[in-house]
Design a protein around this ligand. Structure first.
Ligand SMILES: Nc1ncnc2c1ncn2[C@@H]1O[C@H](COP(=O)(O)OP(=O)(O)OP(=O)(O)O)[C@@H](O)[C@H]1O
Ligand SMILES: [Mg+2]
Length: 276
């Protein structure tokens, strides 16, 4: 790995969150800011890591760049930065996979095939962390991420989601009966009596998790690899989503991987590319 000096900062300015990575005392440090406070994030960098060479990535990188002196802030393409950050984080783990599917569940979800230092963008889905927060707010009024995760952990998806065995009641289903046949499918059948806020939130997390996992599994079949690395702030301190995604991925005989600090991959990749 290239030596990371004190005066370099990598910033991934995404649709929802700005992720900042910087190195100090030989260690990587991290910060997150809401993207709607982009100017505050830039001000924080100027105050706490002054005179640093900044490398920015993500959808709001150009806007962020305009807040720095032109020679102070360079830009790295988002997928290059993310892939390089993930490679770095994986290199710190035991037996990192050589090739894998990379699924970044940010505001939306982007899916890539990574082999060595190259990545191919396979596709994505608009169902991502923004969907989770949007549906949670519309259905229950909960608009805080941590509160949403905490409440979802107490809910039961089975009150809301229709399982295969619910359709095949009394008969033998052609596939495993406890698979989801229809996310939220019990509601229109009038079976949703007594649904709590927690149940709805658990079902929202399940919908996002199953969509993301299913799409990633199709991608892994297409590219002949069984390792799927899941990153993005949507997974951060969100065991309910991690379990939904990991459980379904394993059920499909693929191998889910969550790397520590994975949500900072773009910022780390930008930091590594930063010229001081
Ligand atoms: N403190 C938080 N505030 C808001 N959302 C959060 C927070 N922590 C985690 N999240 C979740 O993380 C998601 C954003 O993830 P991430 O930071 O990876 O995306 P992004 O980079 O901003 O978006 P994109 O890559 O699509 O441009 C949110 O949609 C939400 O589900
Ligand atoms: Mg992002």
């Amino acid at each position: 790995m290239r030596e990371m000096s004190l005066n370099r900062v990598g910033i991934d300015a995404g649709g929802t969150l700005v992720k900042v990575a910087y190195s100090r005392d030989g260690e990587l440090h991290y910060r997150k800011f809401p993207s709607r406070y982009l100017a505050e994030a830039a001000a924080w960098v100027k105050e706490y890591v002054p005179e640093a060479a900044v490398c920015a990535t993500g959808g709001k990188a150009e806007w962020l760049q305009s807040m720095f002196a032109p020679e102070q802030c360079s830009i790295l393409p988002e997928f290059t930065a993310t892939c390089s950050g993930v490679q770095h984080l994986l290199s710190l783990t035991k037996n990192p996979p050589e090739s894998y599917i990379l699924t970044n569940v940010g505001t939306g979800t982007s899916i890539h095939y990574v082999e060595k230092d190259t990545q191919i963008r396979i596709g994505g889905t608009g169902v991502g962390g923004g969907t989770m927060m949007g549906l949670a707010a519309l259905l229950t009024g909960v608009d805080d991420f941590s509160q949403m995760v905490e409440a979802a952990a107490k809910g039961k998806r089975s009150i809301v989601d229709l399982l295969v065995q619910d359709i095949y009641e009394g008969s033998t289903p052609p596939i495993i009966g406890d698979l989801t046949a229809s996310n939220f499918g019990k509601i229109p059948l009038g079976k949703g009596d007594g649904v709590s806020r927690e149940d709805m939130l658990a079902a929202v997390v399940g919908l996002v998790g199953e969509t993301v996992a299913t799409t990633s599994i199709f991608a892994s079949g297409q590219y002949g690899t069984s390792d799927i690395v899941y990153i993005g702030s949507t997974f951060a301190d969100n065991p309910v989503l991690q379990e939904a995604v990991a459980g379904y991925t394993r059920f499909k005989e693929a191998n889910p991987l969550f790397v520590e600090h994975g949500e900072y991959s773009g910022a780390i990749g930008a930091l590594l590319a930063c010229q001081s």
